[in-house]
Design a protein. Structure first.
Length: 239
């Protein structure tokens, strides 16, 4: 009778072994969940790699509106607000090539397809200006300064900037290696406890990469600081 048959056959189900490892200079946290397959003498583990990153692309959308009874007067108000917004962005240090002016939106509330109260303004105009830049820290500063536009009379329909991490391919190889190393740590611990030795890899599967907010309470899309996470599942032969 083999060692595993002597030691493990009485157990109907082998529970879980969680191995938590920290490699390098704290670049990632690894943990593995181990499942032993007695018949073919192998162990399957999951290794986790996780690291903090900073977004490298920011998209800031400024939408502002004007309302009035006369179209030309309302248009003049929007034109004035547009000039204020462009001057504000210039003062914030954005070059012209990262600023895009969207199309003008015009709503005639007296048109047949609209149902509005008698007190509603006849025309509502909206204009959008979008900033798309790799200077993400500047966008974070601009977000805090938007009150200056409001004080100038610009009616902002504000949404938080969107922050994107586009350099996943740069961290992917190292994180796969970290997750695999974490999985091996769990497998080696199992082999040690079972008083056997670890063989080669029989099968390996890389999970999907996840990009999350640095803090769980935040939204990923509006978080400047993020976490990248991947889980690798690896099966090792037992000698």
């Amino acid at each position: 009778m083999s060692f595993l048959e002597k030691s493990w056959a009485p157990a109907a189900i082998f529970g879980g072994l969680i191995a938590v490892g920290l490699l390098g200079a704290g670049a990632f946290i690894g943990n593995g969940v181990v499942n032993a397959q007695v018949g073919d003498r192998q162990v399957t583990v999951r290794g986790l790699a996780e690291r903090g990153v900073t977004a490298d692309l920011a998209i800031l959308s400024l939408r502002f509106t004007g309302a009035g009874e006369e179209l030309t007067e309302t248009q003049a108000k929007i034109d004035g607000d547009l000039a204020r917004v462009r001057a504000f962005l210039k003062s914030q240090g954005y070059p012209d090539d990262v600023v895009t002016i969207g199309r003008l939106e015009v709503t005639d509330t007296k048109a047949r397809e609209y149902v509005s109260s008698e007190n509603a303004p006849h025309y509502i105009l909206a204009q959008t200006v979008t900033v798309r830049t790799n200077d993400v820290r500047r966008v974070a500063q601009t977000e805090r300064a938007l009150n200056d536009l409001v004080r100038e009379g610009v009616v902002l329909d504000f949404t938080a900037p969107t922050y994107v991490f586009t350099k996943l391919n740069e961290v992917r190889p190292a994180m796969i290696a970290e997750a695999t190393a974490s999985a091996r740590t769990g497998a080696e611990q199992f082999a040690k406890d079972a008083k056997t030795s670890l063989g080669g890899i029989s099968q390996a599967t890389q999970g999907s990469f996840e990009i999350l907010a640095r803090e769980d309470v935040d939204s990923e899309s509006t978080s400047l600081d993020k976490r990248v996470r991947v889980v690798a599942t690896v099966s090792y032969r037992l000698k």
